[in-house]
Design a protein around this ligand. Structure first.
Ligand code: NAD
Length: 502
């Protein structure tokens, strides 16, 4: 399965065509599992943002005027195009992220195609309140209208899925969009937009501009013709995005960081929990906003859990992204790997015990970004490694004694994106659903997602929903139309303002 997209074909997609970036700085996209360059172009800048926003603004009236059925048809054709190119997309997604080809081919790309199919259907099912006479003299109708040009910003961890989660509800609802992928991983996003045009979605509906966050990102979110901003990324940058948007009273949708708890009660199936913890913490090398990061385990099962997780982590095969035998690929970059390693070192220095991993594997080539699966214990609840996003293949385990304590610990970070509870007791499972403040709570599993269900955070993990029909709340505005049905010139309510009058 080769990557047929030629490098240097351009990392911008504006008005239906690939373009080279206008900036002076080169952007080499590197496969962090080999150190090789996969794609290269000049970065885009504010000039490219301006062209892309103009293209989106010009395309908006025509696209907004298409019927939901027409938009749906176009998106179904797009899904077919993507399915035909699934192998190429998976190879490229795997290469730009150092992500195992098994994951890219079995999760990222099929997930995106399913998302396109879902939104093709959902486009025809925009819902609102029933039209009715809420006042005896009027009929009220709700119109759900697109917002306009959407400016979106995506992270590097699941480049194509994160782009799809932004683009699909926006265009299904009749908006047009300019999306800025992370500069580390633009290549599949450009291909995604190109495929949309090949499927008949008009030029200018979906545009991609690749550049740095400070320059291109801020130019996009602050552009006068961008009606709303949707952002997925870290909480720190999300705060900045919200600031810029607030200055212009723009609608904003934020999907931010996470620090998911993984709560194992004393009645849990321990083997299921241990396997779930390994898969849930190591997926995408832990660079997943919903990854299991904090395992709270009942003290009576703690040692057995730690031993089994360490044993399973020891069996994980680390390797090149394109090797089908690889379980754990590399992290996104050497600098990010160094950041992860430094956090583990600081935990160690503060007295934590690294049960397994906590190091760069022996013999990996220079310029690659591998890090071993890592399990850390004996750390304080208020320590950095428990409170802050590591975004690497690192799981922390802490014991608890009572259910109340477990729920309190699970909620004790600023984040609230996802969580899981492991129990065979139906009452505990019910209580976990209610007690844990997070946008998603899994019971006896951790990670699976479906297009029909919403994804989004509580608290510092942001607000608004990706995927599912709930995402239309972000990308549509609700208009109330109230029509008089009496035909009377002198309406009874006028008497409240001027009595009599003839
Ligand atoms: P990041 O916040 O550093 O960057 C995200 C995007 O924002 C990139 O495209 C970047 O170029 C851009 N950006 C940076 N500074 C900007 C600025 N001042 N103005 C506008 N744009 C700017 O995040 P990352 O390192 O790419 O991704 C990892 C983070 O994303 C983690 O915190 C992770 O939890 C989060 N994430 C959240 C979700 C979710 O659904 N909640 C999903 C995936 C990732």
């Amino acid at each position: 399965m080769g990557v047929s997209t030629p490098i240097s074909a351009g990392q911008q997609f504006i008005a239906g065509a690939r373009r080279r970036g206008s900036g002076n700085e080169r952007n080499d996209v590197v496969n962090p599992s080999t150190g090789g360059v996969v794609d290269t172009d000049n970065l885009g800048n504010a000039r490219d943002v301006d062209s892309a926003v103009r293209a989106a603004r010009d395309a908006f009236p025509g696209w907004a005027a298409t019927s939901p059925g027409e938009r749906s048809e176009a998106m179904l054709r797009w899904a077919e195009e993507l399915a035909l190119r699934a192998g190429e997309l998976a190879a490229l997604e795997s290469a730009i992220g150092g992500k195992p080809i098994r994951l890219a081919g079995g999760f990222d790309i099929p997930g995106v195609i399913d998302n396109v199919r879902f939104f093709a259907g959902a486009a025809r099912n925009l819902e609102g309140r029933a039209s009715a006479e809420y006042s005896p003299d009027h009929t009220s109708v709700i119109r759900r209208e697109p917002v306009g040009v959407v400016g979106s910003i995506a992270p590097w961890n699941y480049p194509l899925q994160m782009a799809a989660w932004k683009v699909l509800p926006a265009v299904a609802a009749g908006n047009t969009i300019v999306l800025k992928p992370a500069e580390l991983t633009p290549s599949t996003t450009v291909l995604f937009a190109e495929t949309a045009v090949a499927a008949g979605i008009p030029a200018g509906v979906i545009n991609v501009v690749t550049g740095t966050g400070r320059e291109t990102g801020e130019a996009l979110i602050g552009h006068d013709d961008v009606a709303m901003v949707s952002f997925t990324g870290s909480t720190a940058v999300g705060r900045r995005v919200a600031e810029v948007a607030a200055g212009q009273v723009k609608r904003v949708h934020l999907e931010l960081g996470g620090k998911a708890p993984f709560v194992v009660f004393d009645d849990a199936d321990l083997e299921a929990a241990a396997r779930g913890a390994v898969a849930g913490s190591l997926i995408n090398a832990g660079q997943d906003c919903t990854a299991a990061t904090r395992a709270y385990v009942h003290r009576s099962r703690f040692d057995a859990f730690v031993a089994r997780v360490a044993e399973l982590m020891g069996q994980v095969r680390i390797g090149r992204a394109d090797d089908p035998a690889t379980d754990l690929g590399s992290l996104i970059s050497v600098s990010h790997r160094d950041r992860v390693a430094a956090m583990v070192e600081r935990a160690r220095a503060a007295g934590a015990r690294v049960v397994c991993g906590g190091r760069i594997p022996d013999g990996v080539p220079e310029g690659t970004a591998f890090y071993e699966p890592t399990l850390v214990v004996d750390c304080a609840q208020d320590s950095e490694i428990v409170q802050s996003e590591v975004f690497g293949p690192v799981l922390v385990a802490l014991p608890f004694d009572t259910d109340d304590e477990a729920f309190a610990l699970a909620g004790d970070t600023p984040y609230g994106l996802a969580a899981s509870a492991w129990t065979t007791n139906v009452y505990r499972a019910q209580r976990a659903q209610r007690e844990i403040a997070a946008g998603c709570v899994w019971i006896n599993d951790h990670i699976p997602i479906v297009s029909e269900m919403p994804h989004g955070g509580y608290r510092a993990s942001g607000f608004g929903k990706d995927m599912s029909a709930y995402s239309f709340e972000e990308y549509t505005q609700v208009k109330h139309v109230m029509s008089d049905i009496t035909g009377r010139a002198h309406k009874p309510w006028h008497d409240l303002v001027f009595a009599g009058g003839s």
